[in-house]
Design a protein around this ligand. Structure first.
Ligand code: ATP
Ligand code: MG
Length: 330
């Protein structure tokens, strides 16, 4: 049996009357990456905080690296690394000193601490900036230093709470590569992210939280297969054909929508024959296309489908109506 490095059972967390987590189960086998997705306020950080012993659950149990977060918090803390949603480096001292300080706190001797710090600065491409105060670092450099700091103690489990938010594509990529390397070496990762692409690339399995409950779980492919729909995409040779093409597709039983500026029409492909229906309908209507294809569902589709809240839509619609009324009355 595979060893579970994170094993949370029926975790509930209440803040007063507000229920931030409601019976959440989470199992993460050793050496794998679990992606935790969810809207703002879904409960991701709260769950990370419970698992990393920063806060306690109202009910439920959790073991991390084999130890109970409640009764063996000290053992847990010695085996985890945490990179929070907001960087927590000491701004007033240098990057190098930040890392040395943590290594010393974890019990390393002077020389050993310096060696570990130098090693991490190299991995995170911060050697040149190592002697500068952290307050002079860019956002991306700070994030990298923050992640480096969480790795000083060679943790078995790392919690990454939105580690790449605000990073440019190249910094994001180098961070992904570092995470992949850690996982190859056996580290277990719990990653929260708003970037579906990030979950798709890094996570072995994904759990989707919505308002404190798990609404979906599985591999990226499973989630896409279960929830996402494929989409027919086509580009018109003549932009003037939009109306004719839309009508033809609707008559064929499809539900097309179009993007005026880019001459593109898309339509969900529910049945496997929908693409053929589209081609026939366009041909009959004499519409020429320059591009025609079918796209696989992305995790974004899955996410939108799961987080679709009809009430929120109604609220938005109401708000817009109110604004329009207010403007026309003025
Ligand atoms: N200390 C607290 N006191 C009261 N309510 C809290 C506290 N911490 C979190 N909450 C509430 O719990 C819910 C979950 O918050 P949490 O920070 O876990 O969400 P999140 O999924 O991390 O969101 P985000 O994507 O914005 O980071 C929110 O409604 C939040 O307002
Ligand atoms: Mg959060």
């Amino acid at each position: 049996m595979t060893e579970l490095m994170i094993d949370a059972v029926r975790i509930t967390k209440k803040f007063g009357k507000m229920t931030a987590l409601d019976g959440v189960d989470l199992q993460v086998p050793k050496g794998t990456v679990m992606g935790l997705l969810g809207h703002n306020g879904a409960g991701k950080t709260t769950l990370v905080n419970i698992l990393s012993t920063l806060t306690t659950a109202t009910s439920g149990t959790a073991r991390v690296a084999g130890y109970d977060v409640l009764t063996d918090g000290h053992e847990v803390r010695g085996r985890i690394g945490l990179t929070g949603q907001f960087a927590s480096v000491d701004e007033q001292i240098t990057g190098l000193d930040n890392l040395v300080l943590i290594a010393r706190l974890l019990g390393a001797g002077k020389r050993e601490a310096r060696e570990r710090a130098d090693e991490l600065l190299t991995v995170f491409d911060l050697t040149a900036a190592g002697g500068r105060k952290a307050q002079t670092y860019s956002g991306g450099m700070r994030r990298r230093l923050d992640l480096a700091a969480s790795l000083v103690g060679h943790p078995d489990v790392i919690f990454l709470d939105e580690p790449t938010t605000g990073l440019d594509p190249s910094s994001r990529n180098s961070l992904w590569e570092i995470v992949e390397r850690l996982v190859r070496e056996g580290t277990t990762v719990l990653l929260t992210t708003q970037y579906l692409e990030e979950a798709d690339r890094l996570a072995d399995r994904i759990t989707v939280l919505a308002s404190g409950r798990i609404v979906a779980a599985g591999t990226a492919d499973q989630l896409k297969g279960d929830i996402g729909t494929r989409t027919i995409m086509l580009t018109l040779a003549h932009p003037g054909d939009v109306t004719v093409a839309m009508d033809a597709l609707k008559r064929a039983g499809l539900s097309p929508s179009h993007d005026v500026t880019r001459r593109k029409i898309s339509s969900p492909a529910v049945a496997s024959t929908d693409l053929i229906l589209a081609v026939r309908a366009l041909d009959r209507a004499g519409v020429m296309v320059t591009e025609l294809g079918i796209s696989e569902p992305s995790l974004d589709d899955v996410y939108l489908a799961l987080n679709h809240d009809p009430k929120a839509d109604a609220d938005n619609a109401n708000a817009v109506t109110q604004i329009i009324k207010a403007i026309s009355a003025a």
